[in-house]
Design a protein around this ligand. Structure first.
Ligand code: CMP
Length: 147
């Protein structure tokens, strides 16, 4: 069954010039990029997007980081897109990823538990919420059902 998930290149990924490398990994792993958009999050956007983490001690720092520059959000599609993208990006803490998952995107492009260069939805419910957060409920891409 084909699935869609939200992939995001965070400001450290953009400023580190990792965009092309990350998109190359996405495409070579069999995903189709069906939508993409560069956006500058403001504090309100970032707070809403990460609302499930609002009580965490790292939340103020996370909001500051996520608003420090543009992000590239993409809707990517493939069978098992959600779990396969999570596997490709690797563990949240990029420093630990360099040891345990050295070929993961976070190991290659990230630098800490916060500055981990990419995001991926963690479940079908999150994917639906995060895709509509950025792209709305109506997809301009036609024939999604029949493709
Ligand atoms: P992400 O997978 O996008 O979801 C929540 C984000 O919060 C995470 O990536 C990191 O950028 C950040 N984060 C998670 N855990 C920590 C932590 N322990 N310290 C700082 N930032 C964190």
């Amino acid at each position: 069954e084909k699935e869609r998930t939200l992939a995001m290149i965070k400001p450290d990924g953009i400023y580190g010039n990792f965009t092309n490398k990350i998109k190359q990994v996405i495409l070579q792993s069999g995903f189709i990029i069906v939508q993409e958009m560069m956006v500058q999050l403001d504090v309100a956007n970032a707070t809403l997007f990460y609302s499930e983490h609002s009580e965490k001690s790292f939340f103020p720092s996370l909001v500051k980081y996520m608003t420090c520059g543009p992000v590239l959000v993409m809707v990517i599609e493939k069978t098992n897109a959600i779990s396969d993208w999570r596997a490709l990006i690797g563990p949240t803490d990029a420093r630990k990823a360099k040891v345990s998952h050295p070929n993961s995107i976070r190991a290659l492009c990230g630098s800490s538990s916060e500055r981990n260069c990419v995001h991926g939805s963690d479940s079908p419910i999150s994917a639906a919420r995060e895709i509509s957060f950025f792209f709305g409920d109506v997809s301009p891409v036609e024939h999604w059902e029949s493709a």
